[in-house]
Design a protein around this ligand. Sequence first.
Ligand code: NAD
Length: 497
Amino acid sequence: MKTLGHWIGNKPVESTSGAFGPVYDPATGAQPTQVSLASVEEVDAAVAAAKAAYPEWSQSSLAKRTAFLFKYRELLDARRDEIAELITAEHGKVHSDALGEVARGMEILELACGIPEKLKGELSTQVSTRVDVASIRQAVGVVAGITPFNFPAMVPMWMFPLAIACGNTFVLKPSEKDPSAAYRLAELAAEAGLPEGVLNVVNGDKVAVDRLLAHPDVAAVSFVGSTPIARYIQAEATAQGKRVQALGGAKNHMMVLPDADLDHAADNAINAAYGSAGERCMAVSVVVAVGGIGDELVAKIAERAGALRIGPGDDPASEMGPLITREHRDKVASYVSGAAAQGAEVVVDGTGFSVEGHENGFFLGVSLLDKVRPGMAAYDDEIFGPVLCVVRAETYDEGLALINSSKWGNGTAVFTRDGGAARRFQLEVEAGMVGVNVPIPVPVGYHSFGGWKQSLFGDLHIYGNDGVQFYTRGKVVTTRWPDPADSAGINLGFPSN
Ligand code: NAD
């Protein structure tokens, strides 16, 4: 069995904590790898490496930083398949989906390559006689990133390329369920010439996270994961005086209006609900069927759901892979098993599903639940699996009120041909990311990603301009070069003009 340790100061570091976590191949149920779970001292070593690298890196020229970023981008571009294979091996998602994840992560790296444009300051000349004022942005220091299992390469890449482009140094704590892709990204950064200590990976669990939150030398924390942990991270890290962006869970609604193209809507519902086995924070987990279209839409979704090919992620024929762990698979299945008793109609039942030759894999078929209502566990909880709920609403207003009463507000979408209705929806819906006939509106790298309500704790969204703001702090410099002819004299008044 392989043991994965830490990556500190551009070198592999073996853990001495004696604690390990299992890393499974979800398609087989085997455990090819164990990941070291860092002790407090090991986290401290990673932070110390980042702190030592900070003075030089934060003062390095933009030309030097971008030279690295462009080189790194080329290196990763040539290794997309390799990263995608690591993702599939530990997460389980199909290879094409893993390649998509790498591509979406690289978008942020590409944004980071253009960092000089983003870090241009502002200058006002002659605000007073011979006085100029410049606003500049500078790095914040050592940044910690804590990431979830569901995008083991993309979410780390939402963070560290932009953070280091801004002059920070970084300690990444990837999900202990699938840590190898992030580790490889750090190795490749070293290969592309990143100076030692600028990007470090410390593997671990709550012990490592809690140490990062408490460490006096960590200035900022970027977190992506579930809502309870996001809330905890924000509370703990802000109490320690750190800046925090903590992105949480979701329950994303897709409203389908009566005038929508129902085939198009059904295709999109399938893709967005069952892609990556529903383990996406932007997955559509609720379809809100408005007006009298419910029966027809449900029939169209059910027909498509029955045809999906589920199998190992490395089989090109598979459209959907297994879930992350056996426990998670069983928990997801329990929502389907319990749905009928709570009054939902189980239209497609994915429980009890297995793949021939992979009977120990963490597979689950897709499920479709109709006539779901708030108050049912399948509606109220984030299931994070291949379970799509359909809620019927009489009117647009009823559907909108349902969506807006959710405690989450990550992504949402409306499917319609009516521009006026779509425009109302954009303005009236309470969510951070809205799609119009686009089911998973994950913003491109040069816009920012983030939800409302319990989907994000903090102010700034992640990547894009918000990301640059988060990873920098403002400074305003007021300058006067006195003219030799001036006689300043004494003046105790408050400086004005
Ligand atoms: P998780 O919250 O269990 O874990 C995320 C990270 O937090 C991991 O690195 C983990 O080691 C750490 N962690 C877990 N428990 C902890 C604890 N008690 N104390 C300190 N640290 C702890 O999330 P997950 O299961 O890995 O990922 C799935 C969740 O992430 C879903 O809720 C999903 O919606 C969410 N997610 C959100 C976004 C977004 O952008 N909003 C993106 C991806 C995933």
